[in-house]
Design a protein around this ligand. Structure first.
Ligand SMILES: NC(=O)c1ccc[n+]([C@@H]2O[C@H](COP(=O)([O-])OP(=O)(O)OC[C@H]3O[C@@H](n4cnc5c(N)ncnc54)[C@H](O)[C@@H]3O)[C@@H](O)[C@H]2O)c1
Length: 308
């Protein structure tokens, strides 16, 4: 594949898009790039004031950009339901849903408003409930796409059905890995179920590579990967890392490229999968485990009370 960049994004005029976690990092870059190509973009954010600033920021870059802000806290099933009800009331078909928001390596075990472990609850269950409740609107679009942002860290995660909420041993990065494996398995299972039930969705997952965003700088690791003894190694990784706009390319590719495929997992092609043009990434054995993905889906329906 030749280097794929934002300039390759086809015209998005008339397309209605929702991006979660769009006030910073990859979500912001994803929303900005789609708005620049003419899409109508809803920034689904937990901080409305930051959301309004983001609208202005995008409109200052693209005159007339069609961007708006809506409250969505993925760590609250109530907030997710309220957001979806507002969308259902508008009855606008959703062409692209980007499940992007996330928290990483929360140092001590915390919970969502519904008592789920925070990383699993936000990264996976929140987006699961969101997608499920928006399904009728997604199905109304002519060629809808759902992109879910996972991470290479999913390879170090395991779906622990005996303790999904990590009430026993809590390792911040291990729990993040579980949540990102859940996101990836959700994306793949969504494609399988869409094919089986004729929902007409293209569902894929993205790994951004390693991008400089709030995830590391404002996150609990304070700029140092978990377990690192000094910042030396981090400086090297930092050197290898890319800007947030480049990190958004795998999501944008999945959301817009005519060549993107359902059930694929797009990541950067570069060394150590840190940066580069988006390519189909190799699925790990755990990601390919359909039995676990199906069981996780059923458990997620039970936990969230959202049936697809
Ligand atoms: N930056 C990287 O190198 C990298 C690598 C792999 C995966 N990711 C994934 O990319 C996604 C975007 O992260 P980022 O790097 O842009 O970091 P970021 O911290 O800049 O962005 C995360 C966004 O998620 C939002 N968010 C967090 N909790 C939320 C909640 N409860 N409800 C609504 N929104 C919430 C935050 O407000 C923020 O806007 C995440 O899912 C992350 O796991 C990032």
């Amino acid at each position: 594949m030749n280097r794929w960049t934002e300039t390759d994004i086809p015209n998005q005029n008339g397309r209605f898009v929702i991006v979660t976690g769009a006030t910073s990092g990859l979500g912001y870059e994803t929303a900005r790039a789609l708005a620049a190509k003419g899409a109508e973009v809803v920034l689904a954010v937990r901080n409305l004031s930051k959301g309004r600033d983001t609208v202005q920021r995008i409109q200052s870059l693209t005159k007339g950009a069609k961007v708006e802000v809506e409250l969505l806290d993925l760590a609250s099933l109530n907030s997710v339901a309220e957001f979806c009800n507002r969308m259902i009331h508008r009855d606008r078909p959703i062409d692209i849903l980007v499940n992007n928001a996330g928290v990483m390596a929360v140092p001590n075990r915390q919970t969502t408003q519904d008592g789920f472990e925070l990383q699993f609850g936000t990264n996976h269950l929140g987006h699961f409930a969101l997608t499920g409740q928006l399904l009728p609107l997604i199905q109304k679009a002519s060629a809808p796409r759902v992109v879910s942002v996972s991470s290479i860290v999913h390879r170090y995660g395991k779906i622990n059905f005996d303790d999904l909420q990590s009430q026993g041993r809590y390792g911040p990065m291990k729990v993040y890995g579980q949540s990102k494996l859940a996101v990836l398995q959700f994306a793949l299972e969504l494609q399988r179920r869409s094919d089986r039930h004729g929902w007409g969705i293209l569902s894929c997952a993205a790994h951004p590579g390693f991008a400089r965003t709030g995830l590391q700088t404002a996150g609990p690791n304070l700029g140092k990967p978990e377990g690192a003894k000094s910042r030396d190694g981090y400086a090297l990784i930092s050197f290898l890392s890319q800007d947030a706009a480049s990190g958004a390319l795998p999501s944008l590719y999945g959301a817009t490229s005519p060549n993107a495929q359902g059930g694929a997992y797009y990541g950067p092609s570069g060394g150590f999968e840190l940066k580069g043009t988006p390519v189909p990434a190799k699925l790990s054995r755990r990601a390919r485990d359909e039995k676990t993905a199906s069981e996780l889906w059923n458990v997620s329906e039970r936990l969230t009370g959202v049936k697809f």
